[in-house]
Design a binder for this molecule. Structure first.
Ligand code: FAD
Length: 389
């Protein structure tokens, strides 16, 4: 279809990538963002090869390579520093045809924003969408300040706490607490923290601590520990909190806790969404976390938002049967892929964080037996299940 006007709500990874894929398809795009400054939540993100391929197809391959970390090896260790396995990621790169790039979120967000903003089209800030109406010809978005705009398609890319999701699904949808807390941030790479090309993951006692190299000589670090809902710790007490949780863990973990800047750390209760029965309503489509928020245990949430953007633009561009038809095809294509990954990530979170301690113990044993081939096959299966094989 030619000459569509597309309204996108939300300028996160999903909204901005959709803006780029849909503009590449030749459409007029308006992106509305409720905050007055685009501030990414969280410090780092691992863009697996499927996400990177979407950026490559947008001509952003060189840019993402510049901000990405060189992650050559993946290493699992126990909380007593026993090496469970150490695996080269090169067989994965060879099989899927693209390196993964762990990046800082700020760098990724500004790369996408810079690519989207042009002399004629820029993201409109301070624009909180509060409602949508549609008929068989148009869809209209209403904003908190009284502004309204109409178009042919509306993409609700308004994140995990989406206000527009209930409209699409037709009833209120609750998030599900995943029963653990995640702390994350960035720290300069130092030799006594870990190898600069290695993603190290320490696991034990139903908890984990990890460091992953991103661009500009930094590690993206994260910790996870099961916890009841509703806890909060101010930044100044976070090192103390982490020291208690990870007492007796290997020296690199202790040093990381000592040296991290708590005022630049994040502490989040992790939630996900049960797979939704529908992702579209007429001319409106959910995209990214609004459609399929996931626990981050496969590192695929942002990558799936990018895949959504790719598929949506393909289906709109390659049919003349109308917008609603194209969105239904988008839904059919994305529902199974994203539901499978959300449930897989949930199962993995339960295993990592000791929901059933016996299963978690078995997983530690299994990590010791896993071959490079086992790990490579699992990663490739996830990556290759998307639009770019
Ligand atoms: P968001 O990034 O949340 O963007 C939504 C935007 O919409 C926001 O800017 C918001 O302000 C705006 N908005 C909201 N409501 C309105 C409104 N009413 N009107 C206008 N604007 C609105 N993914 C990976 O691929 N790899 C990883 O390694 C990874 N690690 C993660 C680690 C953690 C701890 C967490 C929590 C997530 C991780 N993810 C990862 C998932 C990834 O962060 C998300 O999937 C991704 O950010 C979703 O992008 P989005 O654009 O859908 O939503």
């Amino acid at each position: 279809m030619n000459h569509l006007k597309v309204i996108i709500i939300g300028a996160g990874i999903g909204g901005l990538t959709a803006g780029l894929t849909l503009r590449r398809a030749g459409y007029a795009i308006e992106i509305y963002e409720k905050t007055n400054e685009i501030r990414p939540a969280g410090a780092g993100i691992s863009l697996w090869s499927n996400g990177v391929k979407v950026l490559n197809s947008l001509g952003l391959g060189d840019e993402v390579a510049k901000i990405g970390g060189l992650m050559d090896v993946m290493e699992y260790r126990s909380h007593r520093n026993e090496l469970f396995n150490r695996i080269s990621l090169h067989p994965v790169i060879q099989t899927v045809g693209q390196r993964p790039y762990p990046v800082s979120r700020t760098a990724l967000q500004s790369l996408l924003l810079k690519a989207f903003n042009s002399d004629t089209e820029t993201v409109k800030l301070n624009a909180q969408c509060i409602g949508i109406e549609q008929d068989e010809h148009r869809v209209t978005a209403y904003f908190a300040d009284g502004y309204q705009t109409s178009g042919d398609v509306l993409i609700a890319a308004d994140g995990i706490h989406s206000q527009l999701r209930d409209y699409v699904v037709g009833h209120p949808v609750e998030l599900r607490y995943a029963n653990y807390v995640n702390w994350n941030g960035l720290i300069e790479i130092q030799e006594d923290l870990g190898d600069k090309n290695t993603w190290v993951i320490y696991v034990g006692e139903g908890k984990r601590a990890s460091m992953m190299p991103i661009g500009n000589n930094r590690f993206y670090y994260f910790f996870g520990c099961p916890m009841v809902k509703g806890t909060w710790v101010e930044p100044e007490y976070r090192q103390q909190e982490l020291k208690q949780i990870f007492v007796g863990w290997p020296f690199p973990v202790q040093r990381l806790i000592e040296r991290l800047n708590p005022y630049e750390s994040n502490r989040l209760e992790i939630h996900d969404l049960d797979p939704l029965e529908t992702l579209v309503k007429g001319r409106v489509a959910l995209l990214g976390d609004a459609a399929h928020a996931t626990t981050p245990t496969l590192g695929q949430g942002g990558c799936q938002a990018m895949e959504d953007a790719e598929i949506l633009s393909r289906f709109l561009l390659t049919t003349n049967l109308g917008v609603e038809y194209a969105l239904k095809r988008y839904e059919a294509e994305r529902k199974e892929r994203t539901s499978t990954l959300v449930l897989k990530a949930r199962k993995r979170a339960d295993m990592i964080y000791g929901k059933d301690p016996e299963l978690t113990q078995k997983w530690y044993e299994q990590l010791k037996q896993e071959t490079e081939r086992d790990v490579t096959d699992a990663l490739c299966k996830t990556i290759l299940g998307g639009p770019f094989h």
